[in-house]
Write a protein that binds this ligand. Structure first.
Ligand code: MN
Length: 205
């Protein structure tokens, strides 16, 4: 086979492996859900984006650059890759279950307490109509905010810096919780690794 230097010929993006075992977050998130979520849904967005961008100017851009500049199918698939890797990386079977240091202080300033933030994020996730994500973000002015996005939306498109997201697409919970999203979100909340979120807040991603 002929050698080629055309990098667009090979797959531009690859899905990051799950940073823990498929069954590591059970029973909050079952192995079956994880296998479908990571290996079918998230991997599907990667395959689709690679298909869409091969041979186009998008193929030479970073994922974040594509997200900020694209729309339609390219945006949807690129943002879904980013959102899923961010979501999976924010969970851990043996993580810190509370924020520390500067993020803990910022949460206390913005929300009064960690428990109030938890209530607000769970309420936002439960109340979001349709598919999307609930996020903890740092705003351009340096404050914290809980925001929701629909479908593949990502708050970086609004100038926010994502710190944490919870996926509330039905594919994230329907196998385990059927239609009871509130229970799914409460269970996922207990899997958040606040050491990761602390590091993101302190720019050590
Ligand atoms: Mn998902």
């Amino acid at each position: 086979m002929a050698q080629t230097t055309d990098t667009a010929v090979k797959s531009r993006f690859e899905l990051a492996p799950l940073p823990y075992g498929y069954d590591a977050l059970a029973p909050a998130i079952s192995e079956e859900t994880m296998r479908f979520h990571h290996d079918k849904h998230a991997a599907g967005y990667v395959a689709k984006l690679n298909e869409l961008i091969t041979g186009t100017p998008w193929a030479s851009m970073s994922l974040s650059e594509i997200i900020l500049k694209s729309e339609g199918a390219v945006f949807n698939n690129a943002a879904q890759i980013w959102n899923h890797e961010f979501y999976f990386a924010g969970l851990s079977p043996r993580g810190e279950r509370r924020p520390k240091g500067p993020l803990r202080d910022a949460i206390e300033v913005g929300y009064g307490s960690f428990e109030r933030l938890k209530e607000e994020m769970i309420a936002a996730a439960t109340g979001l109509f349709g598919s999307g994500y609930v996020w903890l973000v740092e705003t351009p002015s340096g404050g914290l905010e809980v925001v929701t996005t629909t479908n593949a939306g990502n708050p970086m498109c609004d100038g926010m810096r994502p710190l944490l997201c919870i996926d509330v697409w039905e594919h994230a919970y329907y196998i385990d919780y059927r239609n009871v999203r509130a229970e799914a979100v409460k269970a996922v909340w207990e899997c958040i690794d606040w050491a990761v979120v602390d590091a993101r807040y302190q720019n050590k991603r």
